[in-house]
Design a protein around this ligand. Structure first.
Ligand code: URA
Length: 231
């Protein structure tokens, strides 16, 4: 972790304050004054600030059920951010691991651990995301095969990774994907001449949504670890 972030995670200082402290030569790593904010701090390093040893707070991992008309952004825009739903300290340190569109509902993971969220969202790790989709036209019989083989999305040159389609009935399907390209699910159905009427993310990896709309809970250690070892 960067030294400036480490100071924020182990004190009540803001990022700007942490940077000023570092530049004023008040942070010491393994006995050496460090003046670079981006200096990497490793687990076995001893960091002191004004001579006091710093201990980083534990990372936070949350699951939230995103309502419609809220956005997965760190700031409010035309719609309010889902982070408004969290009654926790230091919300600004948190970020969303895999955003949903304003009109999409369902499971969203929120954390302050950048490595973990990278693991969850990187297509290389093949973490499955399951979406329940309501379509405006009947699903054609060849859609399952086409999604498995990969779809060329408009304006892109690389096929989508194999996606699993489970047909419930003509207008209701479950789609499992391992990537998170921009508006991916909507664009995949558009590419086969259909349109998504409503979209809900049910699951990320083995983690199924189990809180009410607009509510959240902390993940257990086992849930956090299960999402760290995908791939
Ligand atoms: N794909 C979409 O098109 N939208 C989402 O919100 C998530 C996946």
């Amino acid at each position: 972790m960067r030294l400036d972030k480490f100071i924020c995670k182990s004190t009540e200082y803001s990022l700007a304050e942490a940077v000023a402290l570092i530049e004023n030569r008040r942070a010491v790593v393994n006995g050496i004054i460090v003046i670079w904010r981006s200096h990497q701090v490793h687990n076995n390093n001893v960091v002191t600030l004004d001579g006091k040893i710093l201990t980083s707070r534990n990372s936070r991992y949350l699951m939230l059920n995103k309502p419609i008309d809220m956005i997965c952004s760190n700031v409010d825009e035309k719609y309010p951010s889902v982070l408004n739903l969290l009654n926790v300290d230091r919300v600004t340190e948190l970020h969303i691991a895999g955003r949903l569109d304003v009109d999409t509902t369902g499971i969203v993971l929120i954390t302050d651990d950048g490595h973990w969220s990278f693991n969850v969202t990187s297509p290389k790790n093949k973490c499955e995301k399951v979406y329940s989709v309501v379509l405006s036209r009947p699903i054609p019989p060849d859609a399952t095969k086409r999604f498995l083989e990969g779809i060329l999305l408009q304006g892109e040159s690389k096929l989508t990774l194999p996606a699993k389609l489970h047909i419930i009935d003509s207008y209701n399907v479950l789609l499992t994907i391992t990537e998170g390209r921009y508006h991916q699910v909507k664009r995949m159905f558009a590419a086969i001449g259909n349109r998504v009427k409503s979209l809900h993310r049910q699951k990320i990896g083995h983690l199924a949504l189990d809180v009410e709309v607009g509510h959240w809970r902390s993940l257990t250690q086992a849930e956090v670890e299960a999402l760290s070892v995908i791939g």
